[in-house]
Write a protein that binds this ligand. Sequence first.
Ligand code: NAD
Ligand code: DAU
Length: 353
Amino acid sequence: MRIMVTGGAGFIGSALVRRLIAHTDHQVLVFDKLTYAGVLSSLESVDASDRYRFIRADICDPDAVAKALKDFRPNVVAHLAAESHVDRSIDGPGEFVQTNLVGTFVMLNQSLGYWRTLQGDEKADFRFHHISTDEVFGSLGDHGAFTETTPYDPRSPYSASKAGSDHLVRAWGHTYGLPVLITNCSNNYGPFHFPEKLIPLIIIRALGGEALPVYGDGSNVRDWLHVDDHARALKTVFETGRPGETYNVGGNAERTNIEVVTTICKILDRLRPRTGGKPYADQISYVADRPGHDHRYAIDASKITADLGWTPSVTFEEGIEQTVLWYLENQAWWQDILDVRYATQRLGVATHG
Ligand code: NAD
Ligand code: DAU
């Protein structure tokens, strides 16, 4: 198969591309603008493969998208390119509307034009797969989990833009017959995660002897999934999922933020003890909450398990240990980012009115 991956230089996109090159015979085209979040060194391990190609371009540019589709002739468009960080969406929502809504519209419209030129099995087997988030469903109380039929209730500029893009994808499926798939996934973690997100930010700041910022009282809950399990789920869905369907993807690993932060501190106490012997947890600092902070996310992933046989394979305890070790062993990857792109300062403190 030929798979076009938008956002392939990002955290999840690069994990998908590494998996496709290492474990399949598929041809892969990465289509990525290389924003602040696009990191080419995350794709170093596939660079030499003759099944891998890269185009630097913007999903909002219809001509660039049309040319890539015409030249590469994908069987699957795996659409991951997006602005992905909630805190940045509070500071600058315009970029989220542009990339996530307008960009997805351009991807859909150009994919439709390309799909209409296909014939026979190539046309029947084409898939447009939109990679989305559980945040479109809003915030849960202490019980229950999001299913594929939970009503949408997005509450941040990021999640509103992703909800809108999901609606566009469904509209292109219903109205024009484009064979679309949507996955809504919970919080990912693992190697090559950009240091603006909770887990890498805490590891890196801990190693630097800096305060470990926990928003509010640390009781917010996220449902964590290892990024390699997500990449495996994406491959399963675009290879075997039913067009028009939505699949929720999650790791059955709910943790409060303070549990996550203290777990990282304990692993570091063991793997890289502080000079002087004090525990890393001494660096924890409760800070002003994220405006509009969603309380809890939890995914019911029983549909993808029942229909397609996918289950998560990495427990949170195994995955977080491996992840901390990866950041210890790959300082060059994140130090480059800290030096020129983003140095782990607080984002997203804008307030209402
Ligand atoms: P990321 O921020 O790490 O990477 C985004 C990538 O998209 C970058 O390589 C960036 O350069 C590229 N990009 C941004 N704007 C672009 C544009 N206009 N044209 C072309 N490329 C552009 O994001 P991620 O965490 O890997 O998330 C990937 C997708 O998965 C997103 O759609 C996100 O909403 C979704 N998602 C993420 C998570 C998570 O926990 N990180 C969970 C569920 C769903
Ligand atoms: O649920 C899926 C979503 O998970 C994805 O759609 C998003 O792209 C992804 O960024 C992630 O969103 P979150 O907002 O949940 O992730 P983040 O890492 O920013 O924050 C996780 C939790 O930790 C959240 O409750 C806020 C909190 N937090 C975050 C940071 C950066 C802190 O307490 N301190 C911090 O410094």
